[in-house]
Design a protein around this ligand. Sequence first.
Ligand code: ADP
Ligand code: MG
Length: 861
Amino acid sequence: MAKLTPMMEQYMKIKAEYKDAFLFYRLGDFYELFYEDAIDAARELEITLTKRGGGKGESEIPMCGVPHHSAENYIKTLIEKGYKVAICEQVEDPKTAKGVVKREVVQLITPGTVMESNMLKEGENNYIASLSHFKDGSYVIAYNDLSTGENYLALISGGWDSVIHELFNQPIREIVISSNLPEEMQHQLKERLNITLSFQDEVTFSAEYRSLSENLNDERLMKAFSRLLNYIQDTQKRSLDHLQPAEVIRLKDHLSLDMYSKRNLELTETIIKKGKHGSLLWVLDKTATAMGSRMLKKWLERPLLDRNQIEARLEAVEGFYRGFMERDTLREVLRSVYDLERLAGRIAFGNVNARDLIQLKVSLEKIPELKNTLEQFQVKELSNLAEQLVYPEYLVGLLDASLVENPPMSIKEGSIIKTGYNETLDSYRDASKNGKTWIAELEQKEREETNIKSLKIGYNRVFGYYIEVTKANIHLLPEGRYERKQTLTNAERYITPELKEKEVLILEAEEKSVDLEYTLFIEIREKIKKHIPELQQLADVVSNIDVLQGFATVSEENNYKRPRFGNSSLMIKNGRHPVVERVMKDGSFVPNDISLDEDKHILLITGPNMSGKSTYMRQLALTAIMGQIGCFVPCEEADLIIFDQIFTRIGAADDLVSGQSTFMVEMLEAKHAIANATDRSLILLDEIGRGTSTYDGMALAQAIVEYIHNNIHAKTLFSTHYHELTALEDSLSNLKNIHVRAEENEGTVVFLHQIKEGAADQSYGIHVAKLAELPDALIERASVILQQLESDDKPTPNTEKIEAGQLSFFVEDKVPVKNDKQPKLAKQHTVVTELKDLNLFELTPLEAMNELYRLQKMVKQ
Ligand code: ADP
Ligand code: MG
């Protein structure tokens, strides 16, 4: 292979250490990328790919570049796509360098370690996690949010599946693992959960970590935590002073929601659009700060199990709820509190400017008012919160004495420190001010003595101070009075030795004062750094207050009621679905009751498609979760029980990413519920058995209900389109039939969305098809088939009986055909349109088969 140029040799050497990152290699005013990096970056960033010769005889090297001053946006794009970027700078002056300029990677930016506020979402954490696995089959996940300094650890003993359930839907951007983790698992983390992988094989415990890990009494926890910290230290090469002691999350203390439930219930994002809009979080988030918004998300991830903790939150919410005037004031105050948590992180990282510190001051100044407002509610829980707010008087004093109110962005150009804060600085400022006064006086004196009224003294960076006289007045100047310095078109500029002397004094003073201001600023920042734990504690209390007032606000706006806990039975009067009611026209949501107790703990729900079965089921789960995070609930009255786990099997969306069929997902979800549920759990099974043939599906559905009834005793809602199953009420004593009422009015179905006791009498599927405006002929034909089927005992279609030829499917004159000489085309067109309009998720397998049979027949004709 031909020899590379020395520069490319250097490149190759550095690149070898950063194989999994884009290497941004600084070349003058550009960051250049080479080889594969260049090809990939050109594609991802949509920039032009060029070539350069790498050495004699070397074929051309693919290359692309971005200007260094606008690199930030390109880096952001790559990070958002889950890539890592290594920034390689010139670390010596190119002018004095001998040979190739020395270069080094100064920072590795990764999705989990970004600190730049424009790359972070305000109301969302940005976690980097580590995963360690142990011989005993357990796993430990360590979480860190570098921007806020939080650290969490979770020990998982339920095997790999539980790891996936835990990680699912959390804002984890990057995960640090050992390369020993089996391929398949790595693949799942990367592809299924869309998390960037990083590797840290060697794990060393450093004494520095001791203060962060005092409460970790398990070696496994230590190992996972050290893996994470090792990686962060290796990549970030900066102060990690703001990291908080690791908190161990005891999964057993929280309502556990498996990944299916988190997804199906759309707690923090919707299934289809993957956005917050339309999720429970969207309805509940009435927080006034970004910190509060992040805290709310955490609470939603982990609802409580401890009744006292739940009641304490509810008590606080009730306090806020009642004092709505004070709450308005409180919200106003909260709105002016900046993101203390992330400010603290950036102070530790050393990337704050004076403006950030002024924001900090303004926020801290609000604390007394916040305390005061909280006291006004006169509620014990709220006074407790007020007490936890410790006003950092010292910091406010320091910031107030030192920084001007409107400092510039830059911390290197002065004008940030107040007069009176530092004597030396004041003396420099005096010197420069005196010098300037002297110059102003000189100007006055020279005008008088020369009699030139337009004479002036000016300043520019190149020539310094000068006396300027217009060409028209030069004849008035006595010979040799000044020394000529510069000629302009209509003026001359002069200097005098005295003026130069003063200039030196002024500039020196100014330079010194700018330098000193910078030093003072760094000092102030370091002083604040020592108080980061106080700031973090404050941030924590403020977030709590914010979430709780948010609960009160949303409860008031939507008329939620405080739930009661403590009974062994569950009763909700006029319950509503918190999200559906919000997206519907005001007041059009039909409320429904529900009751579940030991005696009747399984409800079998029947009713036509689109009548509201799924809504009713989710409504219960969401209400339970809202109650267990300490929020009021959408109903008139509620006695809730504390569920330990919620399992769901809802919806028909394929798990496309993992490549499993709907039916397989159904079975996995059912298995997960059956394997883990207890008599304190809630299980929602929505139309299980739909994805397979009728007999098959019905048999499975029945067996599952029986199993839950006899062995698990979990509170269960079970909706089904198999009417045959309603007979189970006779054999299973703890099962009760309910149905959603629909009425038939002149052949059209009217949904009342009302839940009633007993089983539904018919399916109305065809009526729904009619509502969906399927062609009339199709509807008629379906009615005929239905009659034929209903006269037959067997639920499977007997194809011989379903003779398609008896009715013409496409009444040709009804089909919009441009060229009626081509009836065949028209037919095909009809088939395609009908196929397109079919809503597969609303069809039973039997209906689907009939449809397919019918459509095929149409084409064959
Ligand atoms: P099913 O599961 O029975 O097919 P869904 O629960 O999916 O029906 O509900 C279908 C639609 O009916 C929902 O999208 C909603 O617009 C409406 N709906 C459901 N429940 C109610 C209700 N209680 N009040 C008003 N509209 C409702
Ligand atoms: Mg449904």
